[in-house]
Design a binder for this molecule. Structure first.
Ligand code: HEM
Length: 284
């Protein structure tokens, strides 16, 4: 069993300016009134909208401003809920009901996948999971060690699946540009930008457990005679495994400043772009 760095120790490290990789760029997510949060809302509470914290009666302007600060969507439940909120909005309407983007191509049900394309997707996905799992093993930042042996790891299961395809007579391709690009980005971030790295960590594992599973089922029905790959099987109860990781992510993010949290949320778009490029290999 790998050791888990106690959160109390790791928090002190994250709070140490030496470990603050760089001053986060505060872009659109810095302000809860930004486009991700549905613009200015005067309502006291609404699903997914900003929540106005009770108005300060008088007192100093700074204190009043703080009291009036809008809560970020999901903030009350913990940082994972904030990440989820941003991610769900980046889905297209046909991908998920909370999605807000226009569809760019046919919905999954109308996909025309090929075994060769699916193999390219699996190979590139394996490179990404190998990289993620290597990063948390190495733990350049002590917090990463929290995410060893979560039960969500996919590297070994993908190795088994590729072995199965080989036994079926398929040639296993080398990783292609989308996988290599994503893996390089992860290595780069993991060493200098832990908040952005954690954003990718969350999105990759949680996307696979949600939309990824749905895609795997559809593709298996279409081209694999419903064969259920190891990639889509977990040892133990998946919802419990996910909850364990949510709890750890929430704890790690508790030591982040608001700017660091926003910086992490801002990386979500990049995660969608890079994962989307790998997903599209299924149709190549
Ligand atoms: C064809 C592509 C995709 C489809 C069909 C899809 C579909 C879905 C669906 C149905 C859910 C569950 C929504 C719910 O809880 O009600 C979901 C959740 C989610 N998706 Fe996607 N998705 C896709 C791509 C992506 C990508 C590219 C990412 C980011 C890399 C992503 C990240 C997430 C995350 C973080 C969640 C939340 C999971 C959770 O709360 O446990 N998805 N997706």
């Amino acid at each position: 069993m790998a050791s888990i760095t106690p959160i109390s120790q790791s928090q002190t490290l994250f709070n140490n300016p030496q470990f603050r990789a760089r001053k986060p760029q505060t872009m659109f997510l810095t302000n809860p009134n930004s486009k991700f949060f549905g613009g200015k809302s005067s309502s006291s509470s609404s699903a997914g909208g900003a929540v106005r914290v009770k108005k300060a009666a008088t007192a100093e302007p700074a204190a009043a401003a703080e009291k009036q600060r809008r809560r970020y969507p999901g903030e009350a439940k913990g940082f994972v809920e904030e990440m989820r909120f941003v991610a769900m909005k980046l889905h297209t309407r046909d991908q998920a009901k909370e999605g807000e983007k226009e569809s760019e191509g046919p919905p999954v049900a109308k996909w025309n996948p090929t075994v060769d394309g699916y193999l390219r997707f699996l190979v590139d996905s394996k490179l990404v999971y190998d990289t993620l799992e290597g990063i948390v093993e190495k733990a350049a930042f002590p917090e990463y060690a929290e995410f060893r042996n979560t039960g969500l790891e996919r590297s070994e299961s993908l190795a088994k699946d590729l072995e199965w395809f080989k036994e079926q007579g398929h040639a296993i391709p080398e990783p292609s540009s989308p996988g290599v690009t994503y893996a390089n980005h992860l290595v780069d971030l993991s060493e200098k930008d832990p908040q952005a790295f954690i954003c990718h960590f969350y999105n990759i594992y949680f996307a696979h457990s949600a939309g990824g599973r749905m895609i795997g089922k559809k593709v298996a029905e279409m081209i694999l005679d419903k064969k259920e790959l190891e990639f889509y099987k977990w040892n133990g109860d998946l919802s419990q495994l996910l909850q364990g990781v949510r709890d750890k992510l929430n704890r790690v993010a508790e030591s982040w400043t608001r700017e660091e949290k926003n910086h992490c949320l801002e990386e979500t778009e990049k995660s969608f772009k890079l994962s989307g490029d790998i997903l599209r290999l299924i149709l190549s």
